[in-house]
Ligand binder design. Structure first.
Ligand code: FA5
Length: 359
């Protein structure tokens, strides 16, 4: 482009911008669109800015003149922009003043505060009790190896719990043997993991979800357990009874009846189960045959427990001649049902706000 072409382009440009900007501003009816239009002329990529960049290509004697004209035009545009901005703000304020008055009698907007799920609350309450007894809290995986969930806990290979009908296996081939994966059926897997990692003395609780093919008012396919175990020299069954009775009474009060019954689990010897009086019907006060939760027995089983089997100690490398220990696995959902008077365990997992907001 020779110098006279540049002069021509410059003149045309200034004229075009002078003609266009006022109309473009008055067509803008919002602050945002007005700012966009202003940038189209005076912004870093704007038309006028583009012209200013051409100044060095003008003949020397014209540069000053065109420079002045451009700056003058820029001042005019910025002044028009400022005035239009003010006028838009004024119009908006007038519209607001002319609109309906603020009605201070309207009810406010309510935000329902969130709250913890009754199951999580029960978990916290139980953990607080065990923490106050000096137990550590650890977590374990929900997807677990067959060997940690069953084999190292002394389950024989043909135990019904290891059957495909009772547990949720993760796709794997039968050739995987103890390396097979499944959704853990109890939190006792954490006994194997934690004891393999640490030396006694230890006192551990471990909360978490577990999975089984179960489904009725007191059995859910997904439920929460808290595993507890304590290993040291000279640990006794009396200590187990003391810890569990005190824990239950801390939650339900000292008048709640607690019952220990003998039971069998392959990883404890002797083994037992603990029932507590059905808080729901308080059947221990007045005999009830109607209660859906305890099925009229006035007791509800909340945990399995016992003295850790020497076989388990051998699996984790502890000397069974030197150490003894107790373990328990507590059903948190059952405790939550009793604590909050929930008659059907499945309600805990339906996420119905009409149910959840009652707690
Ligand atoms: C066990 O799971 C053993 N691992 C417990 C244990 C640990 C025994 C350590 C000895 C030493 P059990 O299957 O009984 O045991 O389950 C323990 C508790 O979980 C039961 O007492 C019950 O409160 C709860 N529970 C069992 N199945 C379900 C279910 N389907 N839904 C809700 N709670 C359940």
């Amino acid at each position: 482009m020779n110098e006279s072409d540049v002069v021509y382009r410059f003149e045309q440009g200034l004229e075009r911008i002078s003609r266009a900007y006022r109309a473009a501003f008055s067509e803008s009816v919002t602050e945002q669109s007005l700012r966009v239009v202003n940038a189209r002329f005076t912004g870093p990529q704007g038309e006028l800015t583009g012209l200013l960049k051409l100044i060095p290509e003008l003949p020397k004697e014209k540069r000053r003149h065109f420079g002045q004209l451009s700056n003058q035009l820029k001042d005019e545009i910025l002044e028009a922009f400022r005035q239009r901005l003010e006028s838009l703000a004024r119009t908006a304020l007038e519209a607001e003043m002319a609109g309906p008055h603020l009605d201070v009698t309207l009810p406010g907007r309510f935000h329902t505060p969130g709250r913890l799920h009754p199951l999580i609350r029960t978990k916290h309450e139980l953990l607080d009790v065990f923490i106050s007894f000096g137990f550590d809290v650890v977590e374990g995986p929900e997807v677990e190896l067959h060997e940690n969930n069953f084999d190292k806990l002394g389950f024989p290979p043909d135990h019904p719990a290891t059957d495909m009908q009772d547990s949720f296996f993760i796709a794997s081939s039968p050739a995987d043997g103890p390396r097979k994966l499944l959704l853990r059926t109890h939190t006792s897997n954490v006994q194997i993991r934690e004891m393999s990692r640490r030396r006694p003395p230890l006192a551990v609780v471990s909360p978490g979800m577990v999975y089984r093919r179960d489904d009725d008012v007191t059995h859910s396919p997904m439920f929460m357990q808290i595993e507890g175990f304590l290993v040291d020299r000279h640990v006794t069954f009396a200590q187990l009874k003391g810890v569990l009775t005190r824990a239950v009474q801390r939650l339900f009060g000292s008048d709640i009846p607690v019952r220990f019954r003998p039971s069998y689990f392959p990883f404890v010897e002797p083994g037992g189960e603990v029932d507590i009086g059905c808080w729901f019907c308080r059947g221990w006060d007045k005999r009830s045959t109607e209660c859906r939760v305890c099925k009229g027995t006035s007791w509800l089983e909340i945990l399995g427990c016992g003295m850790i089997h020497p076989f388990v100690f051998e699996q984790v490398g502890y000397d069974p001649e030197k150490y003894t220990g107790f373990a328990f696995g507590l059903g948190v959902d059952r405790v939550a049902m009793l604590r909050y008077g929930i008659s059907d365990i499945r309600l805990l997992f339906e996420n119905d706000p009409r149910f959840l907001t009652q707690f």
